[in-house]
Write a protein that binds this ligand. Structure first.
Ligand SMILES: [Zn+2]
Ligand SMILES: [Zn+2]
Length: 261
């Protein structure tokens, strides 16, 4: 594995370490293509700013700092500056415009909420047996894929549905078909492997294998050590073999401005 486009920074409030340390750790372990994709800043119309994102006031600094480091390490690593962002139907155009204004080079989708996070957001990995919760999650992910602005879908299997298995399969298949149709890869998320989370969810990857959806890997580094995660790589490769996944390696970066009217 010589790429990783899923990296956070201390600015989101739940990651640690200096950006430069992440870059050094990646270079030392043979990473050639690296992207930072911290949680995208967003101020809701009523002024609310959630605590897990880069604060809007620090967004320019994020770009500036990474631009400097990109120059410093340009002979050793190809560095890109991006964000991880949700698809919220009622705010998407505004969120996207913010990103474009900042000069961001790519986006990955991280659908962390079943609906919208504010007000009263319910996290996507909160257990639910309500079909409408699953359907809403799936609908947001599919619309995000169709928008054409996301380079890939991070942890597409984050939703934790505890209801009927066939309903789950039927819904998840829509994500996998959209991924294949629009050629937007699905990420096996290494933070989920490291932390023993509800993802990777094998029930999801079984469908992705059947549908031949493109699949990529992401470290989802929130600390320096996981800027290269060789242990989880072994487990991810086993999943690829077990479900005959269409692993594509380095994802093709999608410029964000393509999706804007
Ligand atoms: Zn995070
Ligand atoms: Zn995420």
């Amino acid at each position: 594995m010589i790429h990783n486009y899923h990296t956070h920074t201390y600015r989101c409030g739940h990651a640690s370490g200096k950006e430069e340390e992440y870059i050094k750790r990646a270079i030392e372990n043979g990473i050639k293509y690296m992207g930072f994709s911290d949680h995208a800043p967003f101020v809701f119309p009523d002024g609310y700013e959630s605590g897990f994102r880069v604060p809007f006031s620090q967004a320019k600094d994020y770009v500036l700092e990474l631009s400097k480091l990109r120059e410093k390490y340009k002979n050793e690593i190809d560095l890109k500056i991006g964000f991880e962002m949700e698809y919220y139907p009622s705010h998407f155009n505004k969120m996207l415009q913010n990103i474009i204004d900042l000069g961001i080079e790519y986006l990955i989708l991280g659908q962390h909420y079943l609906y919208e996070e504010h007000p009263d957001g319910v996290h996507s990995n909160a257990a639910t047996d309500r079909v409408e919760d699953l359907q809403n999650y799936v609908s947001c992910v599919v619309k995000a894929i169709e928008s054409g602005v996301f380079t890939y879908v991070a942890h597409p299997d984050m939703v934790r549905f505890t209801g009927d298995v066939e309903v789950y399969q039927q819904e998840i298949r829509q994500i996998c078909v959209a991924s294949r149709t629009f050629d937007i890869p699905l990420e096996i998320n290494f933070l989920g492997i490291r932390d023993n989370r509800n993802y990777p969810n094998e029930a999801f990857w079984e469908i992705a294998g059947q549908e031949k959806s493109p699949v990529t890997f992401g470290f989802d580094a929130h600390n320096v050590e996981s800027a290269f995660d060789g242990q989880s790589l072994i487990k991810a490769q086993k999943l690829v073999d077990k479900y005959n996944l269409n692993y594509i390696g380095i994802p093709k970066l999608r410029p964000v401005f393509n999706g804007v009217d």
